[in-house]
Design a protein around this ligand. Structure first.
Ligand SMILES: *Cc1c(COP(=O)(O)O)cnc(C)c1O
Length: 391
């Protein structure tokens, strides 16, 4: 056996700090959230943890735009657990549930509602288009719950939630909202709109590590829960179990305390920046990226400007564009960009503008790489100029 002349006994540790994460979730972790992860462990029944949880609950009410009567909490799982907990607690066998499904997350809602025994009816829309509130009104019938995804990540479509909520409110049905791509990045008006159950995921608009689902439950939703004929089959997220821990401070299950530390910082950072300010930041970034890429043949995928989801910029690719090849080249340069999903694969890119992704620095790295790879002189200059002018 031939020995290496200079054996490398300790290979250098990989450096992940340089990665540019532009996916529509997860998002780059906020530095404050990152630092909080190193905080020494405390018990889930520690008074200091209960105090931190109380602060998180108050901050979540602010994020969701609701009052002290609304129960807020973190579930120990990702956004999909937030989705599932709503159906598990608020739906019983035979319930009539109307789901607005104009993308893959709307369809996920429909599947979950059905698994908990609901008779599911769908309101759909053509690919890349928002749900028409008039269609919701037409199909409402005797629905006990209406479920809608505020911003559909799979297509970059923003559904007209205030208009849909207005229709649902008049009917008396419960309203469940997937706020994964909106809450925390812009004002959300749970109280004003009359939303009964809302959820998101920590790793989307708040730039915290994945593994927590912040939820909000209205008094009306709790009344529906209290009137159940049978307990929910999902013991882990039973609303009363959550109340036991978050309000009564009795043991239900061990919450991931380190994630709570981290999440609390990310949420505080978002509220300190301000939700209107974050909304303005996302739109400013979206305009600059769109303006910079337009001369290369990229164009907004969603036709109606008011139906474009600001936090997931869906851009139609130029003709004859090598989608897979370019994204693989970007990945070699430590830049992650997400393409389309299902029917939009190869047709669009979905650029994440949630949380810390919506900043000039990471997108400038993308522009530098694309200018080189696509031989597109002036791209970076256009991007900088667009940012500067704010147009
Ligand atoms: C990401 C996402 C989810 C699911 O969240 P996970 O954290 O992946 O479980 C649900 N709805 C929307 C709109 C999303 O973007």
């Amino acid at each position: 056996m031939k020995l290496l002349e200079t054996p490398q006994l300790t290979p250098p540790a990989p450096d992940y700090s340089e990665h540019t994460l532009l996916t529509p979730g997860p998002t780059p972790i906020h530095p404050r959230a990152m630092r909080a992860l190193t905080r020494p462990m405390l018990g889930h029944m520690d008074p200091e943890v209960f105090a931190l949880n109380r602060a998180v609950q108050a901050d979540l009410r602010e994020m969701y735009g609701t009052g002290p009567e609304t129960f807020t909490a973190l579930l120990a799982g990702t956004g999909s657990l937030g989705m599932e907990a709503g159906f598990a607690n608020l739906v019983e066998k035979g319930d009539d549930v109307l789901v607005c499904a104009n993308g893959s997350f709307g369809r996920r809602m429909a599947e979950m509602a059905a698994r908990y025994g609901a008779k599911v009816r769908l309101v759909t829309a053509p690919l890349g288009e928002p749900i028409n509130p008039a269609d919701v009104a037409d199909h409402l019938g005797s629905a006990q719950m209406v479920a809608v995804v505020h911003g559909e990540t799979s297509t970059g479509v923003l559904n007209p939630l205030p208009e849909i909520a207005e229709i649902v409110r008049r009917s008396g049905a419960l309203l469940t909202v997937d706020a994964v791509t909106t809450a925390g990045m812009e004002p959300f008006d749970m109280k004003g709109w009359g939303v009964d159950y809302a959820y998101t995921g920590a790793q989307k608009c708040l730039s915290a590590p994945p593994g927590l689902a912040p939820i909000a439950i209205s008094e009306r939703a709790f009344a529906r829960y209290a009137a159940r004929r049978h307990p929910t089959p999902l013991w882990y997220c039973d609303f009363s179990g959550l109340r036991d821990y978050w309000i009564e401070h009795t043991y239900h299950h061990t919450v991931p305390v380190n994630l709570h530390f981290s999440f609390a910082e990310a949420l505080r950072a978002a509220l300190e920046e301000g939700l209107p300010e974050r909304a303005a930041r996302v739109r400013w970034m979206g305009r600059a990226i769109t303006a910079a890429l337009a001369p290369l043949g990229f164009s907004p995928y969603v036709e109606r400007p008011e139906a474009r989801l600001p936090t997931v910029l869906a851009l139609r690719l130029p003709d004859h564009f090598d989608d897979a090849g370019v994204r693989a080249g970007l990945r070699q340069r430590e830049i992650s960009v997400t393409g389309g999903l299902g029917p939009t694969a190869g047709l669009i890119w979905r650029l994440g503008l949630m949380g810390e992704a919506a900043r000039p620095a990471p997108y400038r790295i993308l522009m530098v790489a694309l200018e080189d790879m696509l031989d597109a002189p002036g791209l970076v200059r256009r991007f900088d100029a667009a940012l500067e002018s704010g147009v």
